[in-house]
Structure formats: structure tokens, C-alpha cells
Design a protein around this ligand. Structure first.
Ligand code: NAD
Length: 310
């Protein structure tokens, strides 16, 4: 299997490393900066005798090298700096996504496309429109990361292994994302049975702001290890047809009462991309939170359409 990563910055490199270490597939790294991806790939592959992997990794500036990839990941784009929201990246990153999506449609028309660049749900929409791919073949990476963060915070609070914890975060990948305590468990026990509401509220709020918290420490960019591992997990599910249920940003056609947008929902992810969208029963309050979050994405898309930007 061939996996290409367009954008060999911090998230792209972290993704590549996790994929290579897990021997998921041969990896192609692409970056617009001349020779950058070649250098990164060279550096990673020279550790192969020590790390004991025999899958290949190559880097190029020419995007045509993604030809016939089974999975393409787009991590090209600017990251957040302190004080910025993900939406602040829109004007720069939409141009990049439009060009990259055109290239993906040209060189890898049968691929599954995972978008990562922010603002996530909006750029996934742009990628879908530009490529004209089937809906199930374009997936945004967000919920798997946001859920991982929520899982970690729950595990730390309870002093249990993170492996013991499952959690679900729905909605858009922004400060209005919707962590769902009712669907978050420690070995099947809902956290609502284990923690008081005030503590859960604090963990929910920390999850919503977790990306920004890291930006405030890093100052020159945003998180990359946890995002990279989240992308690698999605790629592995596709390449190995794992059919795991994970939250991802998928195009919704009325599911959860959301129409014609990308939003974070539980999906079954496998060889064909989105194998199924899982619809859960939500309380009125959870539904309202999801619609508020998706509504923000919708407003931006309508604005872009008015300006003929998509
Ligand atoms: P980075 O600046 O380290 O890397 C971005 C790379 O993209 C750079 O190397 C740049 O040269 C390259 N690039 C730009 N235009 C390109 C093009 N047309 N073709 C090929 N390469 C191109 O940034 P990063 O930290 O790796 O973040 C990348 C993106 O991912 C950002 O938009 C960031 O906001 C986003 N992100 C999303 C999530 C998520 O949960 N969805 C998490 C973290 C980061």
C-alpha cells in the first residue's frame, strides 16, 4: 500500500514516523519547500537498521509522486500561533487546500483522502468540492484527536491507565466541539458514575481548549505528536481495513440533523473510507451543542460561497 503525505511539516513528519514505526505502508512525503521532504525522508530512513523497519519512505517536491496512492493525507498549511483561532487560518489555508485537492484528484483519483489542515471541517468541505470524490472517500481528522485528549484527561483525573478509557467528542473541530460524558467510559463504566459534574465540566472545557493550551506553550506552532498519531491511526484503519469505530469529520446528509457539512461524528472507518456513519441518540442539550458547533461551520461556508471562494 502507498500512503502519501502532502505537507512535510511537524504534523506530516509525526504522521510519517508513526506509520513507518508501525510498518503500515510505504510512505511518500511531499513538501512545497524544495528538497525539504527529501531531507526528512533521508533522515528517517537512516534510522531503519536501529528501529528495524523495512517499509520505505521517500520525499519529493513534485506532487506528481503521489500517483496512485491508496491514501493521501493533507497536512499542508499554516498552523496556529498564540492568540489565533483555527478560523484565522482560513484565508491562507483555503488557497493551499484548493491547489492540493486539485493535484490529488489529478494524480490519485482513487485514493482515500484524509484532510488535517485547519480550519478542519471547512477545508475538508473544500477538498470534497474540488476533488469531486465520493462522500465516503474524504475524511477529516479531528474527533479522534479531541477524544484522545479527553480520554487522557479522564485517565489522569481518575489515576487509571489511558488504555482503560474510551471517550467521544463530536461536532466541529473548534472551541465549540462537543465532548460527550454520557458516552465516555472507564472499562464500560460511564464517567458520570465516577466523577462529579463539576470535575467533568472542567475536563470538558480543558478538552475544548487543549489545542490552544499547547499553542500557548509552543508559541511558534501547534501540536503535532498527538495529531500525527491520530492521523496514523486513521490511515492504519484504512490500509488494514480495521473497520474500527472512531470519531472523525465526515460529510453529513441529514445525520444528526446536519445537512451538507462536515462535522465530527462516530464513523466505521475501513478500506473504503467512511464505511458507515453511526447515529447515536442524543439528549436535547447534546443536540443543541452539536448544532451550535455545526452552525458555526455552516456560517463560514456560506460566507465563502457568497464570496465565490468555493
Ligand atoms: P507546519 O508549518 O509545520 O507544516 C506545514 C507544511 O506544509 C510546511 O512544511 C509547508 O512548507 C507545507 N506546505 C505549504 N503549502 C504546501 C503545498 N501547497 N504543498 C505541499 N506542502 C505545502 O505546520 P503543522 O504544524 O505541520 O500543521 C499543518 C496543518 O495542520 C495546519 O493547518 C494546522 O493547523 C493543522 N493541524 C490540524 C490538526 C487537527 O486536529 N486537524 C492538528 C494539528 C495541526
Amino acid at each position: 500500500m502507498k500512503v502519501s503525505i502532502i505537507g512535510s511539516g511537524k504534523v506530516g513528519i509525526a504522521t510519517a514516523l508513526y506509520l513507518i514505526e508501525k510498518k503500515v505502508a510505504d510512505v511518500i512525503l511531499i513538501d512545497v519547500i524544495k528538497n525539504w521532504a527529501e531531507g526528512i525522508a533521508m533522515d528517517i530512513v537512516q534510522a531503519s537498521p536501529i528501529r528495524r523497519y523495512d517499509v520505505s519512505i521517500c520525499g519529493y517536491s513534485e506532487v506528481s509522486k503521489i500517483q496512485d496512492s491508496d491514501v493521501v493525507v493533507v497536512t499542508a498549511g499554516k498552523p496556529r500561533l498564540p492568540g489565533m483561532s483555527r478560523e484565522d487560518l482560513l484565508r491562507d489555508n483555503i488557497k493551499i487546500m484548493k491547489q492540493v485537492a486539485k493535484d490529488v484528484a489529478k494524480y490519485a483519483p482513487n485514493t482515500i483522502l484524509i484532510t488535517v489542515s485547519n480550519p478542519l471541517d471547512i477545508l475538508a468541505y473544500v477538498a470534497l468540492k474540488v476533488t469531486g470524490f465520493a462522500l465516503k472517500k474524504v475524511i477529516g481528522m479531528a474527533g479522534i484527536l479531541d477524544s484522545s485528549r479527553f480520554r487522557y484527561f479522564i485517565a489522569s483525573e481518575l489515576g487509571v491507565s489511558p488504555k482503560n478509557v474510551t471517550a467521544l467528542v463530536l461536532g466541529g473541530h473548534g472551541d465549540l466541539m462537543v465532548p460527550l460524558p454520557r458516552y465516555s467510559t472507564v472499562h464500560g463504566i460511564p464517567i458520570t458514575e465516577l466523577l462529579p459534574k463539576s470535575t467533568i465540566d472542567r475536563l470538558v472545557e480543558r478538552t475544548r481548549k487543549a489545542g490552544g493550551e499547547i499553542v500557548s506553550y509552543l508559541k511558534t506552532g501547534s501540536a503535532y505528536w498527538s495529531p500525527g498519531s491520530s492521523v496514523a491511526e486513521m490511515v492504519e484503519c484504512i490500509v488494514r481495513d480495521r473497520r474500527r469505530i472512531v470519531p472523525c469529520s465526515a460529510y453529513l446528509r441529514g445525520e444528526y440533523g446536519v445537512e451538507g457539512l462536515f462535522a465530527g461524528v462516530p464513523i466505521k472507518i475501513g478500506r473504503n473510507g467512511v464505511e458507515e456513519i453511526i447515529e447515536l441518540t442524543l439528549t436535547t442539550e447534546e443536540k443543541q451543542a452539536l448544532h451550535l458547533s455545526a452552525g458555526k461551520v455552516k456560517d463560514v461556508i456560506e460566507q465563502l460561497e457568497t464570496e465565490n471562494l468555493i
